[in-house]
Design a binder for this molecule. Sequence first.
Ligand code: TEU
Length: 553
Amino acid sequence: GMRKIWWKDAVAYQIYPRSFLDSDGDGVGDLAGILAKLDYLADLGVDLIWLSPHYDSPDADNGYDIRDYRKVARAFGTMADFDALLAGLKARGMRLIVDLVVNHSSDEHAWFAQARQGRDSETRDYYIWRDPAPQGGPPNNWPNFFSGPAWTFDAESGQYYLHLFAQKQPDLNWDNPDLRAEVYDIMRFWLDKGVDGFRMDVIPFISKDPALPDLPAGVKPQRHYAEGPKLHDYLQEMRREVLSQYDCTTVGEGNGLDQAQMRRVVDERRGELDMIFQFDVVEFDRDAQGQPRDWTLPEFKDIFARQAASMDGHGWTTVYLANHDCTRPVSRYGDDHPDWRVASAKVLNALLLTQKGTPFLYQGDEFGMTNFPFTRVAQFEDIAVRNAWARALADGTADEAAFVARLNRTSRDHTRTPMQWDDGPQGGFTSATPWLAVNPNHHTVNAQAALADPDSIWHATKALIALRKRQPALVYGDYTDLAPAHRAIFAYSRALGDRGVAVVLNFSRAAQVFDLPRALTDPKVLHSSGATLTGGRVQLAGWSALVCAWGAT
Ligand code: TEU
């Protein structure tokens, strides 16, 4: 049906606050910096902000390890700054979802400090403790995602605690009803302030199989950890107890879930989550060891066809090409050679903004920020990198050149480098030394230059967002890939009855010609970057895009 729902119509934008804008000269972005850029975001046309964690944290994993869920990180400002940001967004008709990181807390959270006091402590059972295996050592063979075992021994109590991520991120025990009630209270606290919902960090992992079965050989850990026996019960309880009382939305990370499992999470008849981040787009070009592999356009297109199909009937999803856990889209799926960066970033943003699912644009991708040219291990900040390097050193397998070469194609720090606002010192991000180096290409790649150039990626992206807002077919239309096997052209239609929109994208440097199917009658150009339409024939320069309307007018 065509019933309009705000979070389906929204165009979302992710802010990683640490790297957005530093307003007080400490080298770290902050909430006042975001507030200062609200007109920039409103001008771009995005209307839903996802804010990565803004909570008090010792920052073992840049805020994904929360010490106090009701407190703003000191480096990011105060609760007054948060309230001002929220008010500023609302005044501009924009909404805000905040990160809910409740698979784990920080080990510095008061709950864990108390849990560590001993087996009888009141919050002991808020976490997952086990005795050593009979033969000694950890209770099972689970690895954490940042190198090494998922268990750390607590000598005082003689037990291990579980952490699927860093040692400083102990997993919370969702089987404890008091813990669940605490989480729901935290959610109400932020919803009562007026936030519009949550992005839920690694939500598929919250329910653990109480038997904690070993990870079988050849199975990816995220598959093994996802959709534990009570996942759906807990999500339904969360909706009943909290979410259903507010006009809010939710988007869960889909890490580890297959298509059928994701459909269960977002099937509106079940009352769980509204949307999900499907992981294929950030995994399909990696081999079993997580190393980059060659890929073809038909494989890439297949991901979007499956995502669109996953919504048929009773669910909804998201479309994204980046977040703070991956590399830059223009360097990954586009062509970041200086001759092609602008054209290919426009193609990628045209893809993002015309697909089926609520689009999430990541900060800096609106003007084509690229990967960072790392040359030394010391330049990385991500705990995933630091732990992997420490392990390589300990194993005696450390080879810095090879290690850096690999991370130049995979590191999460590529999307975490500071926003490039202008061509001044530190790209206008900070007056101090930034917490992570600014990409040296900020002299040419920056927001100010993009705003000044009518042919920039920024202006193309703004036009595409406006187009999505004007064309219901781009939000609600059925999705059909028009040429799934084509190795250079990505072409699809979005149909609402006997009319709709067609999109033709050239994913290569070579010029291409593409004939629209005759069934897409009377096509008229809505948007183009480097492509022209004559009758039903689309002529495409290298890395170009065309969006047209077709059908009854
Ligand atoms: O990410 C979890 C996730 O799904 C992975 O992509 C993860 O980033 C990767 O395995 C680590 O190398 C979420 C957050 O987005 C991420 O920033 C956090 O580090 C993680 O959860 C733990 O909270």
